[in-house]
Design a protein around this ligand. Structure first.
Ligand code: SF4
Length: 352
């Protein structure tokens, strides 16, 4: 078919959406700005199938923005526990509180107001307003970047400012003013189901006919990956201190890894454990036993965790006065947001 007789990009995408697009995802029912916002934040860095049960549980508990705004951060983190990237949950909570306080609980209807809120970038704001209110805004999430970078054979890492600027211009140009919500949903679906990172199904793609990456046999080379750096390695010693009333947990600082979550207390080395227990909690260590170490990989470094079971001679009265610490028992304690090492430990040793 000569180039000028191919239907427009958006009409092919919309036709495909009408036949194959996902239309029964939980957040597509009654797509209020609040419901779409929560889904969009959960879907950042997490796949749809993983998100669905988390979303349903979250919405059952926080069925409105007001409920989320008035909830305790610990409980919000508890319902997020397992999804990772906890800054998303903290920002979600903070933003709900801001909207509740500053916008009388009503979601802002302008894109500028939305991007001013914590955790809402330009693409997320555009998705919220287009999917819930039908406003005409282009989106550029990871899926859309991949489809466009391949379809137009755009070289360069998509996180680079110049490449990003070009992709935004392209996305704006292609996004139709009619059926914007369907088109945006379709582009996300296309990237998630056909134009996937590792096994693109070009044979069923509605825009294959003029896809430059396919034509140039460069599908697997695009989008251009970020130049690789080897991840630095860090070590930490974690203390597993268990008594009748549970295991000792420490709340982590609000920012940084596992920010605001409850984790095992840490120490710089095995040799420093006895002294740390005495100074921090007035505990006398009787015996230390090394447990199996494990590795946790973050986006910017790898952490080697060396856990030690600490047997005590004396009690730990000082700990109970300090709100940074808790004796946690999964059967009786309140719902808390637990950091990955604690969950790992529970799985490994079936403790607390
Ligand atoms: S033809 Fe293949 S590479 Fe091109 S947009 Fe479609 S799925 Fe992606």
């Amino acid at each position: 078919m000569p180039q000028n007789t191919i239907p427009t990009f958006s009409s092919r995408v919309l036709d495909w959406f009408d036949q194959h697009g996902r239309k029964d995802l939980p957040w597509q029912k009654n797509p209020s700005p609040y419901r779409v916002w929560v889904s969009e934040i959960m879907l950042q860095q997490t796949q749809v199938a993983t998100v669905i049960p988390y979303y349903q549980r979250f919405m059952q508990r926080f069925s409105s923005l007001k409920r989320l705004a008035l909830a305790d951060q610990d409980e919000v983190l508890h319902y997020w526990s397992g999804l990772g990237y906890y800054a998303r949950a903290r920002n979600l909570h903070k933003t709900a509180q801001l909207i509740h306080a500053q916008h009388r609980g009503r979601f802002p209807a302008g894109i500028e107001d939305l991007v001013a809120l914590p955790g809402i970038g330009r693409s997320t704001a555009a998705a919220i307003l287009s999917l819930s209110r039908g406003q005409h805004h282009a989106i550029l999430d990871g899926n859309v970047k991949r489809v466009l970078a391949r379809h137009q054979a755009i070289d360069g890492w998509t996180g680079e400012a110049k490449v990003m600027q070009y992709l935004w211009a392209l996305s704006e140009d292609l996004t139709p003013s009619l059926r914007t919500a369907d088109y945006n949903q379709a582009m996300m679906d296309l990237g998630a189901t056909l134009c996937t990172r590792s096994k693109p199904d070009c044979g069923h793609c509605p825009v294959a006919e003029d896809c430059l990456a396919l034509c140039e046999d460069r599908v697997m080379q695009l989008p251009t990956p970020k130049a690789k750096k080897s991840l630095p390695l860090r070590d930490t010693v974690m203390l597993v201190i268990e008594q009748e009333n549970g295991i000792l947990l420490e709340r982590r600082p609000p920012s940084g890894i596992w920010g605001g979550l409850w984790s095992l207390p840490e120490c710089e080395s095995k040799d420093a454990i006895a002294q740390a227990c005495k100074q921090r909690w007035g505990m006398q260590v009787q015996q230390l036993s090394a447990l199996t170490p494990w590795q946790h990989t973050f986006s910017h470094y790898r952490l080697h965790v060396y856990p030690y079971a600490v047997n005590l001679l004396a009690g730990a009265d000082r700990v109970m006065d300090d709100q940074r610490y808790i004796w946690y028992n999964s059967n009786t304690s309140q719902k808390l947001g637990l950091a990955a090492p604690v969950k790992y430990l529970f799985n490994q040793y079936n403790t607390a």
